[in-house]
Design a protein around this ligand. Structure first.
Ligand SMILES: Nc1ncnc2c1ncn2[C@@H]1O[C@H](COP(=O)(O)OP(=O)(O)OP(=O)(O)O)[C@@H](O)[C@H]1O
Ligand SMILES: Nc1ncnc2c1ncn2[C@@H]1O[C@H](COP(=O)(O)OP(=O)(O)OP(=O)(O)O)[C@@H](O)[C@H]1O
Ligand SMILES: [Mg+2]
Ligand SMILES: [Mg+2]
Lengths: 228, 228
């Protein structure tokens, strides 16, 4: 489903270029549950942004379901992002002036889903993450972990076939983290959703069937794990 | 050094009041290293905001080094925050349009420290968190964990006697987290800095000599730990 070949990403910030990704070859198959680990600054979020069609590599190619993403125009990439991909951002990226419910509805608005159906599906997503009782709240009225869970609900509401989650449990206590990972696991096992999840916590990586380790913009380890 | 008595915090968001803190009695002694744990939404950040003089309780009193904080005016509280307290925010709260170095310098600007001395001390703080090579970068050019480390450096630069850190390792890999906790431990042991740290990770809480657990706005456990 995903094929990155020779991917590099260089940022030009100030005087010195930053080689965020140096050479990435990566194949991910439909229905896999992959954890990405690595030190702070090693390139994980940059990799996720490319996978999520939010950014383009400086060199190399990205084939998503056989389609060369670099050949697509802006609208086509937006359409893929909205239809196929759910993205939980490391910084949440919620709209500050709208409610939790409206934040979760956003992907459905882009998809043209009618208002009543939109609200119904968004409420389901919010209750899955334990926030049904806070749908009217704005992000600044929510705790850090509650904001993170709104971001998770928004990523799930469009029934994506690919879920990209960048540190989705970073602000959650252990028990809430395990609840969320249980949701992801069920989606992977029962709905066949492909999941790529960045985490720095080994207990969270344990839910994945494959662990990819990044260091200084390269993949230094790619390990399949046997699960019962 | 810190005495909270009968502290309550009620938010009025929409139709239903939110009892973020219901009844908090808490005493913290000079030089202690306290971890605060609890579920997402249980009131930890609200408690930290009151301790950091950024917010006032709805009821109850807060004595900081024997001074009744509620008796102080806005300027006096700002002066305490700048002089005595270092705060690492759960959401970092960096200024987006200025460099990492300038973000770290901010508390020193408020304290009236001259420019050369300011830059020198800020560079030391950035190198302590491993970001000396990125002082010119703006927050949007930094990874999540790098932004978190800039926030940590900023909290330390004014040599505070009280460090309040809200999930300071939430975006950091295990090794970087342990490096940061080593810095905090050294400051506590050698400089006698009082540290109150919110975390959801038991391995991080292990660095503390006391663990306070919050649930639904109340303290349900307060446990001192023997350390070698
Ligand atoms: N400005 C506000 N208006 C309304 N409710 C608020 C506001 N700020 C916080 N709350 C609510 O108060 C409760 C406690 O929030 P707080 O941020 O202290 O939780 P927390 O323990 O830090 O959670 P987390 O671990 O998710 O960061 C939550 O239910 C939150 O939604
Ligand atoms: N817009 C940008 N301009 C310059 N450098 C950037 C930019 N975005 C990211 N970087 C740099 O690229 C490198 C990789 O960043 P990335 O966000 O992918 O790291 P990460 O592995 O997600 O880290 P973390 O675990 O801290 O979130 C870092 O050194 C970062 O500072
Ligand atoms: Mg990242
Ligand atoms: Mg919090």
């Amino acid at each position: 489903i995903i094929e990155l070949a020779g991917v590099e990403k260089i940022y030009f910030a100030g005087s010195v270029p930053v080689h965020a990704l140096r050479h990435i070859d990566l194949e991910i198959y439909r229905g896999e549950f992959v954890a990405i680990m690595g030190a702070s600054g090693s390139g994980k979020s940059t990799l996720m942004n490319i996978l999520g069609c939010l950014d383009r590599p400086t060199r190399g190619s990205y084939f998503l379901e056989g389609v060369d993403v670099s050949e697509l125009d802006k609208d086509q990439r937006a359409s893929i992002r909205n239809g196929k991909i759910g993205f939980v951002f490391q910084g949440f990226n919620l709209l500050r002036r709208t409610s939790a419910l409206e934040n979760v509805e956003l992907p459905l608005i882009y998809s043209g889903v009618p208002a009543a159906e939109r609200a119904r599906r968004s409420r389901i997503a919010l209750s899955i993450v334990g926030l049904a009782h806070r749908e009217e709240s704005h992000p600044n009225q929510l705790s850090g972990g509650q904001q993170q869970r709104v971001a998770i609900a928004r990523a799930l509401v469009n029934n994506p076939s690919l879920l990209l989650a960048d540190e989705p449990t970073g602000n959650l206590d252990t028990r809430t983290s395990l609840e969320i990972m249980g949701v992801f696991q069920a989606l992977n096992r029962d709905a066949g959703i492909t999941i790529i999840l960045v985490t720095h916590e080994p207990d969270i990586a344990d839910f994945a069937s494959r662990v990819v380790t990044v260091r200084d913009g390269r993949i230094i380890e790619d390990r399949r794990v046997r699960r019962v």
